[in-house]
Design a binder for this molecule. Structure first.
Ligand SMILES: Cc1cc2nc3c(=O)[nH]c(=O)nc-3n(C[C@H](O)[C@H](O)[C@H](O)COP(=O)(O)O)c2cc1C
Length: 146
């Protein structure tokens, strides 16, 4: 069973809570998951050595947070081609960030992306925890199969 890294940006903590629930889902399936704040990723080597990658950012002013944009440039140099990927984020009404991250992982990083991005208004609303755990479980099952 492989190991996944979950890298999140946040201002209010909502996207961090989603990251933690995704990690729970991975662990429920018997996988390993490390949860890291995007500000802790300083060089491409910090992204190497994992089998799966989940990147998350909330949407502010229609965009992902700046540290996530910077990290995606580092990820471009980290050699993540073919690795399992997913994206997520908390949002208020439009929620562009998870889709933008997903598309970058797919088209630029050439990763093996799952069903689609996970967008949640809040982990506390409408079964959000279960949905985030399910997203983690999907990643873990993919890592088991590979
Ligand atoms: C100044 C400001 C701008 C925002 N812009 C957007 C936006 O363009 N689209 C959207 O869906 N949500 C927007 N939001 C809502 C946040 O995405 C939402 O509160 C989210 O839960 C924050 O996640 P976080 O706790 O991880 O920082 C905005 C919030 C603030 C305070």
């Amino acid at each position: 069973m492989g190991k996944a890294v979950i890298v999140y940006g946040t201002r209010g903590g909502g996207t961090k809570r989603i990251a933690e629930a995704i990690a729970e889902g991975i662990r429920i399936e018997g996988g390993e998951a490390e949860v890291i704040n995007v500000t802790g990723v300083k060089k491409e080597g910090d992204l190497q050595g994992y089998d799966g990658y989940l990147f998350g950012s909330p949407t502010y002013h229609g965009q992902m947070m700046q540290p996530m944009k910077t990290m995606l440039f580092l990820a471009e140099k980290a050699g993540l081609e073919g690795k399992a990927g997913g994206s997520f984020g908390a949002f208020g009404w439009s929620g562009e960030a998870p889709g933008r991250i997903f598309d970058t992982m797919k088209h630029i990083l050439k990763m093996d992306m799952g069903s689609g991005p996970l967008r949640l208004k809040s982990i506390a609303l409408g079964g959000g925890t279960a949905m985030a755990q399910a997203y983690g479980r999907e990643m873990a099952r993919k890592l088991k199969a590979s």
